[in-house]
Ligand binder design. Structure first.
Ligand SMILES: Cc1cc2nc3c(=O)[nH]c(=O)nc-3n(C[C@H](O)[C@H](O)[C@H](O)COP(=O)(O)O)c2cc1C
Length: 165
């Protein structure tokens, strides 16, 4: 049972979760940033992680996920919105669709600090209108991923490992 942990991370949030997950995965295991990742065909279980960009996995992760076929897979992700939001649910459902044909054993998602440069450049209307609720959400995101998120990510993947032969 060879395990691959592959992640895409622009500012380090998803990498932090990837590293926490990697710590509890059994050998033989390898971890790569998506830019350097080998073919998923070489592995039996793949932990794949992405950051959320405009309601989807970031482009690099998306392209990699499309290459995963007939594997046992665990999904992890970070986003600015709350992990229990409809937005987060939509993202995970969408990831499940991209990974159709694989056996998705579980998923984990948590908040991650939003790059302040991007916040400045984001449109200020529609869903991005700065309401008090949105401000609170952005402030909360600044505190993540924290140690508790890492522990929950490890717990989620420990559960998934029970589904491996
Ligand atoms: C260009 C851009 C688009 C984003 N789009 C979304 C989004 O649609 N929904 C969301 O909840 N967070 C969004 N975010 C927030 C990131 O998903 C979040 O900060 C994530 O933790 C970044 O992960 P990283 O540090 O691994 O790159 C966006 C961030 C950037 C930079």
């Amino acid at each position: 049972m060879k395990i691959l942990n592959v992640y895409s991370s622009k500012t380090g949030n998803t990498r932090k979760i990837a590293e926490a997950i990697f710590d509890i995965l059994p050998e033989p295991k390898e971890m790569f940033s998506v830019e350097d990742a080998p073919s998923p065909d070489l592995y039996d279980f793949i932990a794949v992680g992405f950051w959320v960009n405009r309601g989807m996995a970031d482009e690099k992760a998306k392209e990699y996920m499309k290459r995963i076929k007939g594997k046992k897979v665990g999904i992890f992700a970070t986003l600015g919105a709350y992990p229990n939001s409809a937005h987060a649910r939509d993202v995970l459902n969408w990831a499940g669709e991209i990974l159709k044909g694989n056996d998705v054993l579980g998923e984990f998602i948590c908040q991650g600090r939003i790059d302040p440069d991007i916040l400045d450049k984001m449109p200020k209307d529609g869903v991005h209108t700065m309401t008090p609720e949105r401000r609170v959400m952005i402030e909360e995101a600044k505190k993540h991923p924290n140690e508790t998120d890492c522990l929950y990510a490890q717990g989620a993947f420990r559960e998934m490992l029970k589904g491996l032969d």
